[in-house]
Design a protein around this ligand. Structure first.
Ligand code: 13P
Length: 336
């Protein structure tokens, strides 16, 4: 096993998952604003510190994905967050894409920026302790069935494949995250078809760029009907459709698959993950890499107040425990 696949297999080790704590400053501020929490660098530091110092967190998570601001921040006593987590056996990772910008001539579609200067940034992050990285692209499904276009898929996935090759050259595992957005009224079948095309092109391009698949983790959405479609799919149907696409499109030799929660409620994300975990052995380890589904209730309980930290941490540990059970299909609501 080479060092990339060894890092990847530690990240995917049973029964753990990954914590996505890589919300950009803009996204973190938006979530704070919705709860009337002060939006400042110090409040973002205090919030992330609360998450990372939750007792026993290392039982449930193998890695944390940071944002640039967060990997430069420290605990109250001045220890870099990356060092603090490493001491508990949690691997630091970093989001390295530059976010989404509109794709000219393709209304409603975006392309992810961030390749310029990436090799230098990767070297710096490696020195700070990061051993894995993440790059996200987003694909919207429209009502007319015209989006995503082939141009948006190819523009995004070429960039993603170039990122993956640069991350591996810098000694870090790439997490490739082609998110099919949950927003919209589309059917579950439309999501399934879109994810199928996206994953086909993604793995063609990763292969074309000679990326070592054994050192790659796929971060995927689940196959869901759009959020505004009244006909939602039950967890069994979500598991069948999601695993159906993976078995058709995902090479057996990638290191593993993790899920984003994508705007599902915590209960829904856990129930769907549990159905996927219950479906029997798959060719790859599969686990969670949630942000909102493990953080939203925690942030609400915290509410920016130090006296709420212990209660909020209890909720956080419980949500992580639920998803740790769910990855193995062992979650029951009594375990809540
Ligand atoms: P959500 O779980 O909130 O979708 O976030 C995961 C993530 O990393 C999005 O890029």
């Amino acid at each position: 096993m080479n060092s990339l696949s060894s890092i990847a297999s530690q990240l995917l080790s049973d029964p753990k998952g990954l914590l996505a704590a890589d919300e950009s400053t803009k996204s973190a501020n938006k979530r704070f604003a919705a709860l009337n929490i002060e939006q400042s660098e110090e409040m973002r530091r205090l919030y992330r510190q609360m998450l990372f110092t939750t007792p026993n967190v290392a039982q449930y998570i193998s890695g944390v994905i940071f944002y640039d601001e967060t990997i430069r921040q420290t605990t109250d006593d001045g220890k870099p967050f990356a060092d603090y987590l490493q001491e508990q056996g949690i691997i630091p990772g970093i989001k390295v894409d530059g976010g989404l910008v509109d794709l000219p001539n393709f209304p409603g579609e975006t392309v992810t920026e961030g390749l310029d200067g990436l090799a230098e940034r990767l070297t710096e992050y490696y020195k700070m302790g990061a051993r894995f990285t993440k790059w996200r692209a987003a694909f919207v499904i429209d009502e007319a069935g015209k989006l995503p276009t082939s141009t948006a898929i190819h523009a995004n996935l070429h960039a993603m494949a170039r990122y993956a090759s640069l991350a591996q050259a810098a000694g870090m595992v790439p997490i490739v995250e082609p998110e099919v957005l949950y927003d919209g009224t589309h059917s579950q079948k439309a999501c399934q078809d879109t994810l199928s095309v996206v994953l086909r092109v993604l793995f063609e391009l990763l292969t074309a760029y000679k990326v070592d698949l054994s050192g790659v983790i796929l971060k995927s959405s689940m196959v869901l009907a759009g959020k505004d479609n009244p006909q939602q799919s039950d967890p069994h149907a979500v598991a069948n459709a999601t695993l159906g696409v993976f078995n058709e499109r995902v090479p057996k030799d990638i290191a593993g698959i993790v899920f984003l929660s994508g705007g599902q409620s915590p209960d829904m994300a856990t129930a769907n993950l549990n159905a996927i975990g219950s479906a029997g052995k798959q060719p790859w380890p599969i686990t969670f890499s949630f942000s909102r589904a493990v953080q939203d209730p925690v942030m609400a309980k915290w509410d920016g107040k130090s006296q709420n930290v212990a209660e909020a941490q209890k909720i956080f540990a419980q949500l992580l425990a639920n998803n740790s059970f769910a990855r193995d299909g062992k979650f029951t609501s009594e375990k809540k």
